[in-house]
Design a protein. Sequence first.
Length: 208
Amino acid sequence: MNTPPKRRTLAPEARRKAILDAALAVFSEKGFANARIEDIARRAGIGKGTVYLYFPDKESLFKSLISDALGPLLTAAHATLDEPDLDPRETLAIFFEMVKTEVLGTEKRDLVLLMAMEMRNFPEIAEFYHENIIRSGLALILGVLERAERRGALRSSKVLKAPQVIFAPALLSVIWDANFARFGDLDLDAAFGFYLDTLFKPAEGDTP
């Protein structure tokens, strides 16, 4: 029989982080729909009532989890992708490396899988995620692609109408690892490299 962790005395911000960390673990194990506040409280080593001091319900907890986990990445992406003098291919290569290091190489990949699999059942959370993360991220990506098009670097301008496809390698990685990793690895560096080769024309002097 598993013994719940002893309840801890923490500073408010540390307690909030402990709740969010516990929520991510519980959501990943049980799914958003089946997770309960008491499960999260037990994992965090606090009382159920303490969770409600910070988050009025499970939905607000999940929204905070999205903002805290992905908001800083979006801020960092703004600093890189908004740089007009940087080569567009290099810009997206840096972005892919950020996603690999800051999301796919951490427990945040579980959050991405949760959003991919469950958000259709929770439209309010999906709207929040779109308004606070996806819309801004897509605008950044589109800006890079438009810059590449002006420089004649894109293989096809059709991608300007579907900038969402830029996230395909990352999403594929999350879904593959969750369902098929035991059958073989997905080489993420190769996937990102292939995607960049697909998007951009070879630079002068490169072999096509």
